[in-house]
Design a protein around this ligand. Sequence first.
Ligand SMILES: *[C@@H]1O[C@H](CO)[C@@H](O)[C@H](O)[C@H]1NC(C)=O
Ligand SMILES: *[C@@H]1O[C@H](CO)[C@@H](O)[C@H](O)[C@H]1NC(C)=O
Ligand SMILES: *[C@@H]1O[C@H](CO)[C@@H](O)[C@H](O)[C@H]1NC(C)=O
Ligand SMILES: *[C@@H]1O[C@H](CO)[C@@H](O)[C@H](O)[C@H]1NC(C)=O
Ligand SMILES: CC(=O)N[C@H]1CO[C@H](CO)[C@@H](O)[C@@H]1O
Length: 456
Amino acid sequence: MSLNMLQLAILSSLIWIGASKTISVIPHDAHPGYSVKKFNHSENLKLLDSDFSQFFTMLQDGSIMTTSDVSSLVNHPIDLIVLEDRGNVSTKHKLELFVLDRRNMLSFDFDEELLGHIPENSPSGTVVSGIPLLQATSDLKVPVSYSIIAGNIGQSFELQDSTTGDILPNITITKPLGGVNLVSSQILDREETGRYVLTIQAVDPSGINKAVTNVVIDIEDENDNSPVFTQKIYRFVVGDDSLDGDNVTMIWKRFSSVGKVEATDADGDKVAYRLATPTNFLVIVPQTGDLLLTQEPIEEIELELVVEAHDLRTPSRTSPRPAQVIFHFKPTESSKVDIDLDFQRLEEVELHRSKRRVTRAVRPTKRIEFTETDGETDGRVVFQLEKETDRETFKIRDENPWVTVDPNGSVRVKKKWDYEELGPEKTIDFWVTITNAEKGGLKCKLFQRFLFTVFI
Ligand SMILES: *[C@@H]1O[C@H](CO)[C@@H](O)[C@H](O)[C@H]1NC(C)=O
Ligand SMILES: *[C@@H]1O[C@H](CO)[C@@H](O)[C@H](O)[C@H]1NC(C)=O
Ligand SMILES: *[C@@H]1O[C@H](CO)[C@@H](O)[C@H](O)[C@H]1NC(C)=O
Ligand SMILES: *[C@@H]1O[C@H](CO)[C@@H](O)[C@H](O)[C@H]1NC(C)=O
Ligand SMILES: CC(=O)N[C@H]1CO[C@H](CO)[C@@H](O)[C@@H]1O
């Protein structure tokens, strides 16, 4: 029978109107015992007798199996009827079988599973690398249509015709040496889907002769995510259990952790931490984010510190917004007495020295209230930052839409304050870097946060 007759046979079979119809194709050299198809509900099924009963049988588990050599059946359409009996209802299932010469069956030109890869964030239309031209052939040399029939999450991939360069969801190749390549149809994000397993189908014009193959595509990672802190503000308290919070440490040793900051990186990169505001009292363990107390303050202090995180990749990415750490320390009564005694002795010995002052890397946050009219005029000085010494100069740490800071500490209106645009907090929140040029050219940096609350 020629191919046209095969197609005719398929057409005529479409006239069948039944409960269900299935098409299966088996190669002419299938060994006896070859499993053709498996039905479920096996307990109610029966394969009806036909001209082909000598070739096929139904097993107890509902599968239909060949029982002898089927090469003589090549290109004869075979209809098998399976009866499903459920007491008052019985349903017929038709199985249309085509035995094709194996050489005429479409098959992909490789056996091994294909593994391709593509870097995330590649532009749409990038060819997946690492896989050969996808080509299914048979001796019949018919046109072959390719499509992705499974695994294409979000329609992320399409096929590219190797003969014309066209990119489409399905492609029909008529030229003998043509095939398809896999290309991305959008920008891919490894953090969303890191691996695709696509099933590619090749089918001849009759729709019967089919081949499928699976392609695994790994999305290669790029450092496109910065570490992000789990909290904007961390508050750690040592020695004061009158304060609320779970993060109060009452008993501590030098170099034990008083708390821990954490930033996560969506790329899964390791993260390292850094104190952006140096202090004598705490160090941070870069690998873990643990804050260790290095020195016992002699009086109650509250420090505001800034911590940054960056990922350990090249090039590295830094947290878009640093975390604020508020550290509150209250010496225990007993140690305070000891220290006071020590201190007294010290003062006695070093009378000429001025009283020791606690140095702070971060000055306490300042809250100031304004009305909208205060900020009406661009360039107007609305506030003057105080210098603790003459050498201090000021600089706004991050660009702010509403205010600028002159080196001498004059805070000016940058853009007319608009109550509506100020956000739910109605607050202009900015940090100022204070540079304190010490004697001998040593520079020391301090930080201070300002909260300008605006009322109508
Ligand atoms: C029977 O198999 C078909 C697919 O062959 C499946 O869609 C269906 O859910 C199965 N039914 C039961 C009851 O398992
Ligand atoms: C077949 O019998 C079941 C109960 O055994 C009943 O629920 C169902 O409606 C019946 N179907 C028909 C078509 O009579
Ligand atoms: C191929 O595309 C045509 C329309 O262009 C569509 O009708 C057909 O269903 C598609 N085939 C597959 C397998 O997706
Ligand atoms: C601060 O410097 C600016 C110029 O940058 C000047 O206009 C202003 O008067 C100065 N303010 C004070 C208080 O010195
Ligand atoms: C501000 C802060 O760090 N709070 C933490 C205190 O500890 C509990 C659990 O140990 C955390 O869930 C809080 O976020």
